[in-house]
Design a protein around this ligand. Structure first.
Ligand code: BGC
Ligand code: BGC
Length: 597
């Protein structure tokens, strides 16, 4: 009896000792347990990580750099593809790439999954066959947050179908000068639109009932306010103006729970945002309470003053948590390790950055489901998604002019003439960030050009002549004119005039004695003065994406236009910049303008 008691108390003591040993840190595998809460899992994992592993988590590398063991050998935390950087032509190629990368990550000592980021800025736009929606400038004209949410739910689904976890979207710049090449990435010129529609996009990407991916509000802060509209330029504003115009979008995004924020290449009053601990830490993290992670922009750290070591020190101490290196990751990793060793960057700062990154990975469920769910592949570009995109096109169009009700075009017209270089060019109507970084020309993916859309909606014969020859005698002539694709700084322009080809086309149609309808494809307002008298009707169609048929729906009256301008329309180049609320505000068409039939 005594023997038995002493034996059981002995076991009991052993048990106590074992439990005690586990302490508060739990077992080494606790971070893999989805039943524990996220902070507990983060703490457990972080406590087991070496400094080298932590620095790996803060490193983001371009997919083209990745060989068969690169992620495993360098314990990298994140991969991205730059605009147009693609593993192949099919969605399966993307899923295969993703899974191969993820297998490497899962084979590391702690098996921390990578988070893979892409610029799905108007649909999963790097992937052939995906649904491509109108760019933000057009979506701003819909004033419809439910639609923006729905678009982003679809985008999340199509992105997730290729395995990918994260989009560098929504862009929420408040564009204040349309000479800026990224104007079309903006929902419009007011902070209200950035807040309302940015929030809706984040809701759709991160919190829908379906597939969820991480969103990224970008580019913090002031990217749309640079002097002269220079991309990556300098935003010269008092602090109260900066807060009034450029902060509300981020406040809404943070309140909505956005997982990541990208810092802006641009400067505020001469100081690069990437080096500003006031903006990134004091304002964004402390004041707004952002608890996700800050990603740098593409090689933006390299633009800070000093040598590479100075640059990395400055950015990380300012509050950048993950660096889009994107190429020389070995240099980044060794530089960061050296800075920690020299106590120029504290271990607390590193732990904070890594905790933020791991938190997002846990919230996304990456530890539970690291690989692609291939059952989702048929979602890419499917008909019901294109239907939503078609509706988004209809709602984004703004009817600027409609003299003697030339629109809508009657379906009983006997002959119509379609013309213009943008009429039958899918690449042009999608703009930049469409299959290629700078966009492209022609049938670079699946979709319906505006001409093809017109042919579907207007079932009789359609005459098409790019130069508008032979319009005479037609009931109406449509000229689809405007910009050709560009992205980022390549789109900066000082002159927003129409090309002489476009102007001559409109004049030639008019001289043939037919009513002329102008459909303008552009990422921003262009100067209409030279064609204003010749065009009987004008529609701003922005950059509608793959579903050109939505333009036809409006032209033929199947949809009565509802779009309202997201930006003020200048009369002349000299009038730019022009924004609602300016003193002596006298645009050609004011912010919020838009006719219906
Ligand atoms: C752009 C970002 C983009 C990143 C990754 C940068 O050049 O400014 O908007 O997310 O590249 O492609
Ligand atoms: C990449 C883009 C990136 C840009 C920055 C390009 O090569 O594809 O994603 O934004 O470089 O300059």
């Amino acid at each position: 009896m005594t023997n038995i008691i002493s034996k059981s108390s002995y076991l009991f003591i052993i048990l106590i000792i074992l439990t005690g040993c586990k302490g508060n840190d739990g077992s080494p595998d606790d971070y893999k347990n989805p039943k524990l809460n996220v902070p507990e899992r983060v703490e457990n994992l972080l406590s087991q990580m070496t400094l080298r592993e932590k620095v790996g988590q803060m490193t983001q590398v371009e997919r083209g750099e990745i060989q068969i063991t690169t992620i495993k050998d360098n314990v990298l935390g994140s991969i991205l593809n730059g605009g147009g950087s693609s593993p192949g032509d099919s969605p399966e190629d993307w899923a295969d790439m993703y899974d191969q990368f993820q297998e490497q990550a899962m084979a590391t000592r702690l098996g921390i999954p990578i988070i893979y980021g892409t610029d799905a800025v108007h649909g999963h736009n790097n992937v052939k066959g995906a649904t491509i929606f109108p760019h933000n400038i057009g979506l701003g004209c819909t004033r419809n947050p439910e639609l923006i949410q729905q678009i982003n739910e679809i985008t999340a689904l199509e992105v997730a179908a290729t395995g990918i976890d994260w989009t560098f979207a929504p862009a929420i710049p408040v564009v204040r000068d349309e000479r800026w090449g990224r104007t079309y990435e903006s929902f419009g010129e007011t902070p209200e639109l950035a807040a309302l529609l940015g929030e809706a996009a984040i809701q759709g990407l991160q919190f829908s009932n379906g597939e969820k991916i991480a969103a990224c509000a970008k580019h913090f802060i002031g990217d749309g306010g640079t002097n002269g509209g220079h991309d990556q330029g300098n935003t010269i504003l008092s602090e109260s103006e900066l807060r009034e115009i450029h902060l509300p979008g981020y406040k809404a995004a943070v309140d909505q729970g956005v997982y990541t924020v990208m810092a802006s290449y641009s400067s505020w009053n001469g100081t690069k945002v990437h080096g500003s601990d006031y903006l990134l830490t004091t304002v964004l993290k402390d004041e707004l309470g952002f608890d996700g992670f800050v990603i740098s922009d593409w090689a933006a750290v390299d633009q800070l003053p000093g040598n590479y070591s100075d640059q990395v020190e400055k950015a990380i101490n300012a509050g950048v948590d993950m660096v889009m290196v994107p190429y020389d990751y070995q240099k980044f990793i060794s530089t960061l390790l050296e800075l920690i060793d020299d106590e120029k960057i504290s271990i607390e700062r590193i732990d904070d950055a890594v905790s933020r990154i791991l938190t997002v990975k846990f919230k996304l469920g990456l530890f539970e489901e690291p690989f692609t769910n291939r059952d989702l592949l048929p979602e890419i570009g499917k008909a019901s998604h294109r239907e939503v995109a078609r509706n988004a096109v209809r709602e984004s169009l703004v009817l600027l002019k409609n003299d003697s009700s030339v629109l809508p075009i009657s379906k009983s017209s006997s002959r119509i003439m379609i013309s213009g270089k943008n009429a039958d060019n899918l690449g042009y109507q999608m703009g930049g960030w469409s299959i290629y970084w700078q966009g492209g020309s022609g049938d670079i993916t699946e979709g319906t050009s505006i001409l093809e859309g017109i042919r579907e909606v207007f079932t009789k014969d359609v005459d098409y002549n790019i130069n508008g020859n032979g319009a005479s005698g037609a009931d109406v002539a449509v000229a689809v004119i405007g910009e050709t694709p560009y992205a980022e700084g390549a789109g900066d322009k000082t002159d927003l005039s129409l090309s002489s080809t476009d102007i001559n086309l409109v004049k030639s149609l008019k001289s043939q004695g037919v009513p002329v309808v102008v459909v303008l494809i552009s990422g921003r307002p262009l100067i209409l003065d030279p064609i204003l008298d010749d065009a009987d009707a004008i529609i701003a169609a922005w950059l509608p994406g793959t579903e050109g048929i939505g333009v036809a729906d409006v032209l033929f009256g199947d949809y009565n236009p509802t779009g309202k301008l997201s930006v003020s329309w200048p009369r002349s180049n000299a009038q730019i910049p022009i924004n609602v609320g300016d003193a002596n505000y006298d645009p050609l068409y004011e912010y919020g303008y838009g006719l219906s039939y």
